[in-house]
Design a protein around this ligand. Structure first.
Ligand code: NAD
Length: 468
């Protein structure tokens, strides 16, 4: 891909400017200008145009940050954010409308209702791996709910973050959406302030810092974290089909996906056949090898590449495919490792890398017990055409999401919530679920004076009808 001449430089927001920007956002929200639904719709239009009109530059920036092919960026990052804009735009009138409470005869004279009110000033902190989807994609429901948004994208994807700052300034009122660029100093300053909601997407380690900061003001916080998402395989599964989907989820974005199938639990009797199918798939995806393939991404930084190198160097498993790492080139080959002990280095943390540990198990119970002995993952995948096998896994495990014969894509499926459970996070995003996350559901009543005839509530409490 040609080197773009039009990408802005990454400029950190001066830390001392942050309190002033915050005050402006507080004042801006207090004017009430973001409350009308038409205003919110206009913000979605602005966002939609921002993403569509700048697709090429965004894909260039993503290429510079991640070495990612524009096809992957367009479909899986920018395109998914545009889809969210379109889906939410089409539903906002319905979601934002005040709803009648569930009918309960005795309270019905008071006309209980639920108003959907914006929370106020929302802080979104996003990671490097899908820098547009996880910033702009989540901004959609925050804006649709009538909030103002301060966005802190990742310093590890500097070209995209710099471009975001430029574009947001161009397409939005600077007191409705703004970008604060920088790293820990900026994030730390932001977290000292009192927000009306914080959405944090990133690692569990930083998630704890964010949750602690939010607790200081009892700020509601949504944590979209990571974890080790396991994949179960049915002994009678079509392994060619399963290998295609699993390996796609493993090598897309070079495995830097929170929902990437982290490891596979494979019945011992089909382990070798599964490995053979995975190797065949990798040779099909990258006929000349992944290293020279334009379709294969790089690891975001040398530091992250070194982290992966250490994990692989320490494994007691057998590398059966791949294994090459070039720290300077930020390259990690698609890698398959078998005979991985359950306490291996590759099982010690979320891999966030194109390395697939394969753990042979004797039966499904062993796999379930292993998964249940660890933190609840963001996703669980089951490759099986047998409903009993599928149900057995779903009914006996916990995870943010769970899918049959598919990986990763539920984050893109409108109409279902996206979020973790336990150590993989909390709260729900996407579509209506995101809209409600960023809304305050305010109960209202309008109680008629004659209601007292139905409910003699006032003292003295000596009337017979109050005795039990
Ligand atoms: P990260 O936690 O290192 O960084 C995320 C954000 O937090 C960045 O904007 C960064 O500047 C900020 N940050 C870093 N240190 C901070 C500190 N001390 N105080 C406050 N803020 C700080 O995460 P990453 O490496 O960019 O992303 C990878 C992680 O994100 C993986 O664990 C992955 O699973 C997770 N993730 C989760 C989801 C999801 O939706 N659940 C999606 C994508 C990525």
């Amino acid at each position: 891909m040609s080197q773009p001449a039009t990408l802005p430089l990454f400029m950190e927001t001066p830390v001392e400017d942050i309190p002033k920007i915050y005050d402006e956002f507080k004042k801006s929200f207090a004017t009430g200008k973001t409350r009308p639904v038409d205003f919110r719709k206009q913000q979605l239009i602005n966002l939609g145009y921002m993403l569509k009109e700048n697709m090429e530059r965004l894909c260039q920036a993503l290429y510079k940050d991640l070495g990612r092919h524009p096809t992957e960026s367009e479909a899986g990052d920018v395109g998914m954010a545009i889809n969210e804009v379109a889906y939410v735009y089409g539903n906002i009138d319905k979601w934002a409308a005040t709803e009648n409470g569930t009918f309960v005869a005795k309270w019905s004279p008071m006309g209980p209702q639920v108003r959907k009110e914006p929370k106020g000033v929302v802080l979104i902190i996003s990671p490097f791996n899908f820098p547009i989807l996880l910033s702009c994609g989540h901004m959609v429901t925050a804006l649709a709910a009538g909030n103002v948004v301060v966005l802190k994208p990742s310093e590890l994807s500097p070209h995209t973050s710099a471009l975001l700052a430029e574009l947001v300034a161009q397409y939005f009122d600077p007191t409705v959406v703004t970008v604060i660029n920088g790293g820990v100093p900026q994030a730390t300053k932001l977290l000292e302030l009192q927000w009306d909601h914080i959405l944090y997407t990133g690692s569990n380690r930083v998630g704890k810092i964010v949750a602690t900061a939010a607790a200081q003001y009892l700020t509601p916080v949504t944590l979209e974290l990571g974890g080790k998402s396991p994949t179960f395989i049915d002994p009678s599964m079509d392994l060619k089909f399963a290998a295609h989907r699993i390996m796609w989820g493993k090598v897309a974005n070079a495995g830097q996906i929170c929902l990437s199938p982290d490891y596979v639990l494979v019945p011992r009797q089909i382990e070798q056949k599964f490995i053979d199918e995975c190797i065949a798939v990798l040779q099909e995806f990258y006929p000349e090898g992944a290293r020279t393939s334009e379709s294969y991404c790089r690891i975001v930084t040398e530091q992250h590449t070194k982290r992966i190198q250490h994990l692989l160097a320490d494994t007691k498993g057998d590398i059966v495919f791949g294994g090459e790492i070039d720290v300077e080139g930020k390259y990690v080959a698609p890698t398959l490792v078998k005979n991985v002990p359950k306490d291996d280095s590759l099982m010690s943390e979320e891999l966030f890398a194109p390395i697939l540990p394969i753990i042979a198990i004797d039966d499904i119970e062993e796999g379930i017990a292993f998964v249940n002995s660890r933190d609840h993952p963001l996703a669980i995948y089951v490759f099986s055409f047998d409903k009993k096998f599928q149900d057995k896994v779903f009914d006996n495990t916990r995870s943010g999401g769970a899918m049959v014969n598919e990986v990763v894509v539920h984050a893109a499926v409108d109409g279902v919530p996206f979020g973790g459970v336990g150590a993989s996070g909390n709260g729900y995003l996407i579509g209506r679920y995101g809209f409600e996350t960023f809304s305050h559901l305010r109960a209202t009543l309008n109680s008629p004076p004659w209601f007292d005839k139905l409910w003699p509530r006032y003292p003295p409490y000596n009337e017979p009808n109050l005795r039990r």
